[in-house]
Design a protein around this ligand. Sequence first.
Ligand SMILES: [Zn+2]
Length: 395
Amino acid sequence: MNDTSARLRQTFLDLITIPSPSRNERAVADFLCSRLSQLGYTAHEDEAGSTFGGNCGNLIVTVDATVDAPSLFIAAHIDTVEIGDKPITPVQDAEDSDILRSDGSTILAADDKAGVAAILEFLQQLNEAPIPHGKLIIVFSVGEEIELQGARALSKGLLQGCEMGLVFDHGNPDEVVIGAPTKLALDITIHGIGGHGAFPAKRVNAAKALAKGLANVNLGQLDSCSTANLGLMKAGTAINVIPDIATAEIEIRSHCPKRLNQHLNETLEAIREGAEQTQTVCINDDGSETILKASAETHATTCYEAFRCQEDDPVVLRACAAIRARGGEPKTVIAQGGFDASIWNQTIPVVVTGSGMHGAHSLNEYADMREMMQGVETLKQWVNANLPVTCGLGC
Ligand SMILES: [Zn+2]
């Protein structure tokens, strides 16, 4: 293993063994600030954390231009999903292996510390062997795993000062993610009339109304570019109590706004019908009938908007050129999840590439150190003001 590979590995190990679940990124941010100051940079921290109950803001590092070239934006997120009570204990596949895994009882936190480590190693190498570049704005973001809240709170003015951006938050370093879907979260509350299970007269079971509605909601792969998932359902307090309230949460993702709307409307219609059809007929003292029904209350929130760059957009061409220049074979892909880039794309064009994280959010998560170094090499080319950017056909 050469010096830079050993250094990158150590940086990565340092980062993953400092827990930093979303809203609790302080310790890893302090580590980063001290590493950055050793490299001669001062990280500025914004107020993002205070917008979502976190203990840390986004860290922003400015690298001054060495030549007259466009300003570029670079980012990776420092938060992780929850890791539980156990510490992260990395295990190497074999002595000379490039693969690092968790011991199987936790995540590895390569999502996204593989990206953070790659950017730190890039800064170190930039100090050792200068590359001609324009101004670089580097952001280590917080709260990515909780619906991209840190990215949302980042100053738009800061982004607007840059021509385009590259985010490291993916596995394969040859891939450039050029699109991701919109995600909607639908909260459903069904109101019924609760009471004792043995006395159902004048009662309407909210759980039954919810189940009726959900039975007609389409889930899974809805069409070529849309999916839906029922993630949560809750109702009831005891077996002998008729529930007065039942709730469910459904997410719908789509790359197409028109289809997303259509799926949302169909879902709302099914839920409303389920409530409407859950009726209890009461006979009044005068012999007349009163029909009691359940009712549905729904609330849809857009978690993040879709983005889609075109193959010949300058940001895509530059990312592909950078990968090609380091000897890779660039390939554009469309993702099914959201990224900080989903938010930032509303301001400037941003694509996502990989630095060797795999199996994110699972106990099988692993990092490929060779791919992480390829991510570093991609970044060195990406910032290079002399990078030849062609359309890929050589013109
Ligand atoms: Zn991530």
